[in-house]
Design a protein around this ligand. Structure first.
Ligand code: ATP
Length: 319
């Protein structure tokens, strides 16, 4: 293999730049040429591809977002769109591809691999919703962003003796809600993996109020429903003044944490090693702090599991 490509796709995540940097530097270190594909699979179809040098990835390890931009591309889900992408790989002499993103991105990588071009997936998404890796790139940074916001909200919550509902990202996975809730001592955490918790939340709020608690923080993962609706329901049932904060896209931005930079560097470099060793259709990950890789098909067929022991712990600690 002489020439590889790299792209970022799906939702951006802090640390993607560190992963791009690792791919480019590790590949050049091993004598490969690297081409950056802009705007994910859309850029692949459009031939938005340019050669990257050592200097192309200078001064980006600390930046959020992705230097290669990201996009959602419906056309790439079709056979015709995929063939257009393959034509571009041929035209540029690219023999292997590293795709940084979430499970949708890995579907695309699987399709390209099946067409004879080896692809390696790197998990980059703040949701931490990818099986086969303990952590995805961006999760730690998003978590720290949420915690910073909750700490600030907690100050005003105490001053005004209010209940605060904070809606965090996580359409299908409650990891961000669970980890931020545990890290910030939230009274209650609502995650998509465990519904029907409202009565418990109401009861805990009432108990807390009765023993003189000055404020309460309730974390709601967006997959459970709107934070506004949850707050309304709580106010109706407890008669406690309730406010809502939807953290939204602030969670996706910002300079990556040290943990994310290190994770991204390790995973990006490992992906290059796999391509060089003749592997295809694999996703790199980290489990118990060891670099691992799994068949992308197995990843796509497995459901991510939130840590329910941690969920139970969060309840025990907010008794
Ligand atoms: P996030 O977790 O942030 O949503 P993601 O990678 O899952 O990231 P998606 O929008 O689901 O984000 O997928 C990214 C892109 O991957 C899609 O826009 C599309 O171009 C490609 N893709 C998704 N599904 C398929 C598929 N079945 N076949 C080919 N390509 C796909």
């Amino acid at each position: 293999m002489k020439r590889i490509g790299v792209l970022t796709s799906g939702g951006d995540a802090p640390g993607m730049n560190a992963a791009i940097r690792a791919v480019v530097r590790k590949a050049i270190y091993h004598g490969l040429e690297v081409y950056g594909i802009k705007y994910g699979y859309q850029g692949l179809i459009d031939g938005n591809i340019e050669k990257m040098e050592l200097g192309s990835v200078g001064d980006i390890i600390q930046r959020g977002g992705t230097k290669l931009y990201s996009a959602r591309c419906e056309e790439f889900k079709t056979e015709e769109g995929q063939m257009k992408g393959i034509e571009q790989l041929k035209k540029h002499g690219i023999e292997g591809l590293i795709a940084i993103g979430g499970d949708g991105t890995f579907m695309g990588a699987k399709k390209i691999t099946e067409k004879g071009y080896p692809c390696i997936g790197v998990p980059g998404t703040i949701d931490n919703d990818i099986p086969g890796t303990d952590f995805t790139i961006g999760f730690d940074t998003a978590l720290n962003t949420i915690i910073d916001a909750i700490d600030k909200i907690r100050d005003t919550a105490t001053s005004h003796e209010r209940t605060y509902v904070i809606e965090v990202m996580g359409r299908d996975a409650g990891d961000l809600a669970l980890w931020s809730g545990l890290a910030d001592g939230a009274e209650s955490i609502l995650i998509p993996e465990s519904t029907d918790q409202m009565q418990e939340v109401v009861d805990r709020l009432k108990r807390g109020h009765e023993r003189g608690k000055k404020h309460s923080i309730i974390i709601v993962a967006e997959g459970v429903g709107s934070g506004v609706d949850v707050a309304q329901q709580l106010e109706d049932e407890t008669e406690l003044e309730t406010r809502v904060t939807v953290l939204g896209h602030t969670q996706r931005g910002g300079s990556p944490s040290a943990a994310d930079r290190v994770l991204a560097s390790r995973l990006g470099a490992h992906a290059v090693d796999l391509l060089l060793n003749g592997h295809a259709g694999r996703m790199v990950g980290i489990q118990q702090n060891l670099l691992v890789d799994h068949d992308i098909i197995d990843i796509l067929n497995t459901e991510h599991q939130v840590d329910l022991d941690m969920y139970r712990l969060s309840k025990e600690l907010s008794i």
